[in-house]
Write a protein that binds this ligand. Structure first.
Ligand code: NAD
Length: 445
């Protein structure tokens, strides 16, 4: 099949490269000429494990190309995917569909025959109907159909997720459209990946419900972590104790500084706006959003408390800036509000991130950047682990402690145990690691 992928970001680039690897002929389109030029020179605009080699191999096989020319790519395609961004609209949190609708209009003008237009972007319920209307009004050939095919890949494991998905969701309103999607995903279908065919609106909602549920799991364990600290329990053990229950599962039960990234924050907000417009309460998701906002805001207070109550004049080393490991994505990263609050409190910050520096620098113009974790810790009163990159699991804590001015390790990802840190001369402040010796005896009266 010939596929045009409109939008060559995290999702479009990975999906396009994987579809080409399945044997389809894929042209990835992006408005950003610098991005396309960079890919055409073999430089990936994003950091994603395995992506560069996958792109190179498929370009060499003649099955994958990159262009800014939407017209040419779409006019030759049998299926056109929309994978443009849907950020939160400023002010109201609604998904901003400007890019999606603009892409739909451009596609309509470029089509020379009826095709399947597939929305891979995360879009609110009813967007597929709106795209179908735009296509018809903008002169798309009769018979052009619209499907919803939300993407569930995780940055940092995107290729593996795309090739071995837990499930593929296809929302379509007629059998011919389902057949086209079945053909596109045939290699995965043959591999027994579960494919769910459903109505378009249902498929759109599945994506939001999935992300809202995962965000709920994270906020749940974060609140349990607070309780652990207050009652002398250990959240790591609680998470393991509940996660081994198959009905609960161990994933997304890592207490930390609150969820961030390009999806959960905007998708939970967009779900709330959809519900509001439909006149339906979503109290759980509403609470999750406010719990997470409060959590992110509270992280600087933890650092302040660990430093004895004041940040004024303190030097703080921040390890990890991206919203999670194995990506360079800084969108809504918990490091951003944390660093802003640390600076507001009078501290200076020196940060190190294994991959995210290029994306982080423009967002954090007032901080210093170090070449590695030890250089960041040089002269610091406290080291704060914000993102659990693998290389932070292998730190020589004695060496780290020796280069510091102070001895405080605020471990927002529970990378280290208290005992291990203490052996290196550091005072460890983890998340949800309550100490029984710090709990006052309950009154027996
Ligand atoms: N990033 C993820 O992990 C992830 C996972 C699942 C779903 N999603 C969803 O996928 C969608 C894309 O996300 P992303 O992270 O890849 O975004 P992104 O911002 O990395 O990429 C979007 C790209 O689309 C391009 N674009 C915008 N309008 C265009 C047009 N008319 N023609 C050509 N190119 C155009 C932009 O220049 C940009 O390069 C979003 O809806 C997101 O919610 C993202």
């Amino acid at each position: 099949m010939r596929i045009a992928m409109i939008g060559t970001g995290y999702v479009g680039l990975v999906s396009g490269a994987c579809f080409a690897d399945f044997g389809h002929h894929v042209t990835c389109v992006d408005k950003d000429a610098a991005k396309i030029a960079s890919i055409n020179q073999g430089r990936m605009p994003i950091w994603e494990p395995g992506l560069e080699a996958l792109v190179k191999a498929n370009v060499e096989r003649g099955r994958l190309g990159f262009t800014t020319e939407l017209q040419a790519a779409v006019s030759e395609a049998d299926a056109v995917f929309i994978a443009v961004g849907t950020p939160a609209r400023r002010g109201d949190g609604h998904a901003d569909l400007t890019f999606v609708f603009e892409a739909a209009r451009e596609i309509a003008g470029a089509l020379t025959k009826a095709v399947v237009v597939v929305t891979k972007s995360t879009v609110p319920v009813g967007t597929g109907d709106a795209i179908a209307r735009i296509l018809a009004e903008s002169g798309a050939p009769a018979g052009t159909s619209v499907a919803s095919n939300p993407e569930f890949l995780r940055e940092g494991a995107a290729i593996a997720d795309f090739k071995h998905p837990d499930r593929i969701v296809v929302g379509a309103e007629d059998e011919a459209t389902c057949a086209a999607l079945r053909e596109i995903y045939r290699p995965l279908f043959l591999n027994k990946a579960p494919i769910i065919f459903t109505g378009r609106r249902t498929a759109e909602l599945i994506k939001y419900a999935a992300n809202a549920f995962l965000a709920t799991k994270i906020s749940f364990i974060n609140e349990i972590a607070d309780l652990c600290e207050a009652v002398g329990a250990d959240v790591q053990d609680v998470a393991r104790g509940i996660g081994l229950d198959n009905r609960i599962g161990p994933k997304f039960l890592h207490a930390g500084p609150g969820y961030g990234g390009s999806c959960f924050p905007k998708d939970t907000l967009a779900l709330l706006r959809t519900a509001e417009e439909a006149g339906v309460m979503q109290r759980i998701v509403q609470t999750v959003v406010s719990v997470n906002d409060a959590r992110k805001a509270a992280m600087a207070e933890r650092v302040r408390d660990a430093l004895g109550g004041s940040l004024e004049g303190k030097r703080i080393a921040v390890l990890g800036l991206t919203f999670k490991p194995n990506t360079d994505d800084m969108r809504d990263a918990p490091s951003l509000p944390l660093i802003a609050a640390l600076e507001q409190g009078g501290a200076s910050v020196c940060a190190y991130d294994p991959i995210g520096r290029e994306q982080a620098e423009p967002l954090l113009p007032s901080i210093e950047f170090a070449a590695d974790a030890y250089a960041a810790a040089e002269g610091a009163d406290a080291v704060v682990i914000v993102t659990e990159w693998d290389e932070f699991r292998a730190l020589n804590l004695r060496r780290l402690a020796a280069s510091m001015h102070g001895n405080v390790l605020v471990d927002l990802r529970n990378v280290y145990d208290r005992e291990e840190a203490e052996r290196a001369g550091l005072i460890h402040h983890g998340i949800g690691r309550g100490r029984t010796d710090a709990i006052a005896e309950p009154s027996r009266t």
